[in-house]
Design a protein around this ligand. Structure first.
Ligand SMILES: [Zn+2]
Length: 431
């Protein structure tokens, strides 16, 4: 067996700080300092690049099994690596649904075989996402995939008794229920944010209260049973207020915001272009401001992509019939740079906290989201914040092309991603 290749990363600005060298060897950061060298090591020039810990996504749709025409574990994890991710949580709404130990182990194994980033399956809360009875939460937690995050994402666990039972059940293994907060009766046939514009466009509205009512209820339930709640894709100013209130009470509630909700507004629906159709919908400029402020002050704990690939036949149709969702793994860090860093709301240490450390902590991952320090796992992203590019959907490595940023100029570029010291991306290309 040949020894694994070593890498000396020269002069990276660690979390945006002073230029530092990193020696990556045997899967860990063996040394950090100035003037490092090692015999036989490949040198990676990182002058001008920011080094961040490998990003962790709490909310990715890989579509396999069942919709391999939209994405596979292989293509989705490669897209993740290109975006700087070293771990992604794969949502459970596949076909079959990830509601048994067998399916979550299958997804976990496919991730290991692909090798581009670690895949951590999310288990369904209810059998078949049907919202009627609890799935085998304990068996999924005990499986090789060691599931700790459970979600019916795509659907809301709207039955309060079931939600209470799920919150009670996951306490046994320190799990968390990640809720897709959408009151179903208030959102029947909803197409876009409810407001003056939805009325003018003749598209059925998705009111903010449909999200906020479920979040408020679930915060109260989580507090009542003393369990962990995570709120998926927070999209309204009112939701940020409710999460802030729950945290002030000392309750174990965390929340995520998606890059598209930090940048885009419901005005885009006026184009009737379903590329902008997403659940929860794009909201108002005031909501965008509140989300940014909430992410900056830590009310919103993490950025999660909700990467939702769809084949063109499901998106290239009229608004009403098009699928909800947009891809986002490859553009997440540039969007966060544009909306949070370039605006002065977050520094790079803050980005590392919200895109690596906190999502790993919420998912109870022990070997991701770690600091960049000697002895730590060598999950490293090298990022050039001074670069810029115009998004061309044809260049995405995801199998699907449904990016809302086509033709937009975005800042930054992921130059390299290392998973346990092995490059998955080098020179901005798959390694
Ligand atoms: Zn989702």
């Amino acid at each position: 067996m040949t020894a694994e290749k070593q890498y000396v990363v020269k002069g990276a600005a660690v979390l945006g700080g002073e230029p530092t060298d990193l020696l990556l060897r045997d899967g860990v950061i063996a040394e950090m300092g100035r003037g490092l060298s090692a015999v036989g090591a490949e040198v990676v020039d990182a002058a001008g690049l920011v080094a961040l810990p490998g990003l962790v996504d709490l909310h990715t749709h890989l579509r396999e099994p069942g919709r391999e025409d939209a994405e596979t574990v292989e293509t989705g994890t490669l897209a993740a690596a290109m975006g700087g991710f070293t771990a992604v949580h794969a949502m459970a709404n596949t076909d079959p649904v990830a509601d048994t130990a067998g399916v979550v182990e299958q997804v976990w194994r496919l991730g290991r075989e692909a090798g581009h980033c670690d895949v951590i399956p999310v288990g369904a809360v209810t059998v078949g996402l049907a919202g009627e009875r609890l799935a085998e939460l304990g068996a999924m937690a005990d499986s090789a995939a060691r599931v700790r995050v459970f979600s019916d994402d795509g659907k809301c666990v709207s039955d309060a008794v079931l939600m209470r039972r799920a919150l009670e059940y996951v306490k046994a293994f320190d799990g968390v229920v990640a809720q897709h907060a959408q009151e179903p009766r208030l959102t029947e046939d909803a197409q876009m944010n409810e407001g003056e514009l939805s009325g003018r466009l003749g598209l059925r509205g998705w009111p903010a209260v449909a999200e906020e009512a479920i979040i408020a209820r679930d915060c109260l339930l989580a507090a009542h049973v003393g369990s962990r709640l995570h709120v998926c894709h927070v999209s309204t100013a009112g939701s940020v207020e409710i999460v802030r209130w729950a945290k002030a009470k000392g309750w174990d509630v965390t929340a995520e915001a998606c890059p598209h909700h930090l940048l885009l507004t419901d005005e885009l629906a006026a184009t009737y272009d379903p590329i902008y159709k997403v659940n929860p919908p794009l909201r108002s400029a005031a909501d965008v401001e509140a989300l940014r402020a909430g992410l900056a002050d830590g009310t919103i704990d993490v950025v999660a992509t909700d990467h939702a690939p769809h084949p063109h036949e499901d998106k290239d149709c009229e608004w009403q019939t098009a699928a909800f969702g947009m891809i986002g793994l490859e553009t997440a860090l540039p969007i966060v740079q544009q909306t949070m860093v370039d605006t002065g709301l977050l520094d790079w240490a803050g980005v590392a906290q919200r895109m690596s450390a906190m999502p790993a902590r919420i998912g109870r991952l022990t070997d991701h989201g770690r600091p960049l320090a000697a002895g730590e796992p060598a999950h490293v992203v090298l990022y050039d914040p001074a670069a810029s590019y115009v998004v061309d959907p044809a260049e995405t490595v995801s199998l699907s092309r449904n990016t809302p940023y086509a033709g937009r100029e975005l800042p930054g570029r992921v130059v390299a991603t290392f998973l346990r010291g092995r490059p998955t991306v080098l020179d901005g290309k798959p390694a």
